[in-house]
Design a protein around this ligand. Sequence first.
Ligand SMILES: *[C@@H]1O[C@H](CO)[C@@H](O)[C@H](O)[C@H]1NC(C)=O
Ligand SMILES: *[C@@H]1O[C@H](CO)[C@@H](O)[C@H](O)[C@H]1NC(C)=O
Ligand SMILES: *[C@@H]1O[C@H](CO)[C@@H](O)[C@H](O)[C@H]1NC(C)=O
Ligand SMILES: *[C@@H]1O[C@H](CO)[C@@H](O)[C@H](O)[C@H]1NC(C)=O
Length: 462
Amino acid sequence: MRRDHKWRCGLPPVINKLNMAFALRFMLFLSSLLLHLLLLSSLFDAKQYSFRPKALVLPVSKDASTLQYLTSIKQRTPLVSVNVVIDLGGQSLWVDCQKVYHSSSYRPARCHSSQCSLAKSSGCSDCHYARRPGCNNNTCGVIIDNTVAIYVTDGMIGDDVVSIQSTDGSNPGRIVTVSHFLFNCGRTFFLEGLARGAKGMAGLGRTGVSLPSQFAAAFSLPKKFAICLSSSTLSNGVLFFGDGPYKFLPAVDVSTILIYTKLFINPFSTATAHPFGVASTEYFIGVKSIKVNDKAVSLNTSLLSISSSTGYGGTKISTVNPYTMMETSIYKAVTQAFIKAAASRNITRVGAVSPFGVCFSSKNVGSTRVGPAVPWIDLVLESESLYWRIFGANSMVEVSNDVVCLGFLDGGSNPMTSIVIGGYQVENNLLQFDLAKSKLGFSSSLLFRQTTCANFNFTSTA
Ligand SMILES: *[C@@H]1O[C@H](CO)[C@@H](O)[C@H](O)[C@H]1NC(C)=O
Ligand SMILES: *[C@@H]1O[C@H](CO)[C@@H](O)[C@H](O)[C@H]1NC(C)=O
Ligand SMILES: *[C@@H]1O[C@H](CO)[C@@H](O)[C@H](O)[C@H]1NC(C)=O
Ligand SMILES: *[C@@H]1O[C@H](CO)[C@@H](O)[C@H](O)[C@H]1NC(C)=O
């Protein structure tokens, strides 16, 4: 469409040779075409739409001391990189605005504005301290959830510029900008529990203001995102917004090998504080049974589904839990089955090493492409033939040279969610969340494909 603009500069000379009536009609047609083009270009912000990205990409690092996964977002004017902890089910982007927030493009969300309703504002307020981002009069506020420290506080809604690299699925490309990216301003004390250097959290949950929703809206991307966490604290994993391809070196397009399962919505919020009657923004999957080495573990299956009257039960995926947590009776049944299956391979149990409850001598544990040779664990989904298989690389944690532990933790006897699949269990597995179709695509271990989540080529081609 841009290309046609050169027609504005003058009519092609060929018109002089045509008869008048035809020329007139042609000119009428041309002027209506021009009018359309003018109208269209005034509707769109030319700067943003002259290049439309197919997808966007962010690097994801793993913090060695907290085991949190972080990304770096370029925000404000002038742009600065802000490190934030990734919260898969989180509601929005929130950052500390109290300590250092300098930006000429920050705008507080005015009370009763459309931004306030999109961000599900909790109310309106004034601020009686010195005016700064996060402290303005007539601004709407919101509850911010620090899902690591598990507590909540109030914050102010605002927007600012966010820049991000586009991608063709193979490399990062041109940088694109969202001029008014909505986020929440919190205070410095609220960073408690977050990795060193983190200035907030990036929510990827099921809301209108999460990163996937805002990026999809800004660039008309499909409402999909994919996350691939690296197991290494030295090399980055990757987060994609939009559809595949998702290419990893040497030449694996992971979007072509995904297995799909339904995503469920818990009608009851799982957030620390929330208004009554609000659904959870987290991602739930329908685990129907669990098998160890192909043998079903006997479980209280009512714990596996989400109760329609309380929202208790079910299985969700979380990036703020470093390891999978299971409700006590499930934890006991699965670990007993695992211990038994390990014993039949002559793998000897040794004393527990905190935080893990079940550890083994690594003496008789062989090694395979997909990690230590231990019994595999299947999370069985819609049908017996649809399962998420967890191999040694995602089940065993090496705590010393001669001890490996099962990377599952006892989640207590009455947790709201029975199984919380943690970060360790999804490392080197690509997960694609399709919000429009409410389905999860998962790759299973990329180690099988001789690649890893750290193999995205971050060399920019822009
Ligand atoms: C908000 O309004 C009050 C009353 O007019 C004023 O005292 C205060 O300084 C204002 N606060 C900000 C942050 O502008
Ligand atoms: C199974 O779990 C449900 C939900 O927590 C509980 O009400 C029920 O008593 C449990 N059944 C058994 C046999 O433990
Ligand atoms: C386990 O050890 C026993 C006794 O040493 C041996 O007979 C058996 O073959 C071993 N089994 C495996 C699976 O290695
Ligand atoms: C990564 O991408 C760059 C830019 O396309 C390319 O030059 C380079 O060879 C790629 N690296 C590998 C290891 O393929």
